[in-house]
Design a protein around this ligand. Structure first.
Ligand code: DC
Length: 230
């Protein structure tokens, strides 16, 4: 009998700008597996808090928001990101903004929010398999994952990638400000007491500084094949 334990999971963790999002989308598309963008969930809670005027130090209210998110994910075409509908509004673009990223990082440090989102995240583990993108996929949410990856890159390189992304979208940004923001977010994500950002002991660490996304994708696909996960 095939049990839930047998459903293959690739857990990909790492800091912002390490290339996780794109690589996870490519892997999920190639394998035909489900994709969990767990960062989007924290971004949604941050955005919902802002929309409802909930202060970020009101943990009880944040817990309620996280538990009752009215959200739908509509798959994007090809490698495009999924459309995200929050309370009937398409927030896909807004969700990726620096402002919402900063809110997400703050609500992600609230233990009740993390506990609330845990069940929702685990529900993404369905046949034929799951590619899970986040900060604690291999350490907390899917410790049983057959393949754990920790993707990283230097802060400068991650800021440059983010700078290019934002410029391509027509957003006005300053590179030194992005480096400072990335370093601040890394600090918050790695130093928080619940589920801090760190590599699982059994994760394969890949430093993507100087690597193209296709190269990273091919490296991980080769590993997936080697592990007999196909
Ligand atoms: O991956 P991202 O930039 O969309 O994540 C937004 C924030 O959410 C990030 O600052 C860290 C937090 N996060 C988290 O704490 N745990 C996850 N599994 C995913 C994201």
């Amino acid at each position: 009998m095939i049990t839930e334990e047998d459903i293959p999971v690739i857990a990909v963790d790492g800091p912002s700008g390490s290339g996780k999002g794109t690589v996870c989308r490519l892997l999920a598309r190639e394998l035909g597996w489900n994709l969990l963008d767990s960062g989007a969930m924290y971004r949604l809670v941050g955005l919902a808090a802002r929309n409802h005027g909930v202060r970020l130090d009101n943990h009880a209210a944040l817990d309620v928001l996280a538990g009752h998110l009215d959200v739908q994910f509509r798959p994007g075409e090809d490698t495009a990101e999924a459309r995200v509908i929050l309370e009937g509004e398409d927030v896909s673009q807004l969700l990726r903004s620096e402002e919402v990223g900063a809110l997400a990082s703050e609500v992600a440090a609230v233990p009740a929010v993390r506990a609330s989102l845990l069940r929702r995240q685990r529900a993404f583990k369905i046949r034929p398999g799951l590619v899970a993108d986040g900060r604690d996929m291999g350490t907390v949410v899917f410790p049983e994952a057959q393949f754990k990856v920790f993707l990283t890159a230097s802060a400068d390189e991650r800021a440059r990638r983010r700078y290019k992304q934002l410029k391509d979208k027509g957003e006005a940004v300053s590179l030194p400000r992005l480096v400072a923001d990335i370093e601040a977010r890394d600090r918050r994500d790695t130093e928080r007491s619940v589920a801090p950002l760190r590599a699982a002991p059994d994760a394969v660490t890949v430093d993507t500084t100087g690597m193209g996304i296709q190269e990273v994708f091919e490296l991980l696909m080769a590993e997936v094949k080697e592990r007999g996960m196909l």
